[in-house]
Design a protein around this ligand. Sequence first.
Ligand code: DHB
Ligand code: FE
Length: 279
Amino acid sequence: MAKIVGAITTSHVPSIGGAIAKGLQQDPYWKPFFDGFPPVRDWLAKVRPDVVVLVYNDHGLNFFLDKMPTFAIGAAREYRNADEGWGIPTTQPFQGDPELSWHLIEQLVAEEFDIVSCQEMTVDHAFTLPMALCWPDQKWPVRTVPVVVNTVQAPLPSAARCYKLGKALARAIASWPKDERVVVMGTGGLSHQLDGERAGFINKEFDLQFMESMVSNPAWATKYSTLELVELSGTQGVELLNWVVARGMLPEKVRKQHANYHIPISNTATGMMLLEPAA
Ligand code: DHB
Ligand code: FE
């Protein structure tokens, strides 16, 4: 039986890719952000996952505004990255796990989640950069399953729906007969707003409450509507919905192995957490 061994949640600001390319990890601007990751890498070396199920939002590389699924899952043999115009190097392709992907899609559709299944899919910075933060040599030692949540174009799925999606994904993984270790990732956030009158908006108080809720009160964010979450965290801060899905994939009780919070990287308040099932 497959087992979820933990969840890693992190911001995915594109300029992280530029900092990696230029080797700026020890630069005073970047150090407080990159310092969050060595404990995650130590943990990964210890748990040696077989598969990463990575929950993120696509920013226009794979889905554009003309076709925007609420939830989509990749079912390809391989996922390629491509130039999004941020001026950052593209990464090596990622190996997929089509068998596990189809199992997840079938189980979720049976549970009345109307998933878009993608036999071809490109992956953007929200997928590649968290992977590069975990495996800096970029020789990906895991198979991957991309889970895409629309946090981009209204109407967005509610936090309550995202939390339920996480729980359904956890049930689907638990029913996968292969004896494999699965790491969950949720990327995006925390508070940021890139456009409009509130461009530059950051809400530290809310971010820290949200991060605390990820440990002690996982359904906390579900009391808010998506519009309230946009108000509290910004038009792009609402990417935290990907964290809510990832958190839903862990049991009620978790252990916080590590966390980091730093303002700002680019326009974003960055957060990262490493959570393990408590028992
Ligand atoms: C930034 C943050 C994001 O999450 C993103 O997808 C693009 C840009 C930023 O802060 O620059
Ligand atoms: Fe983003």
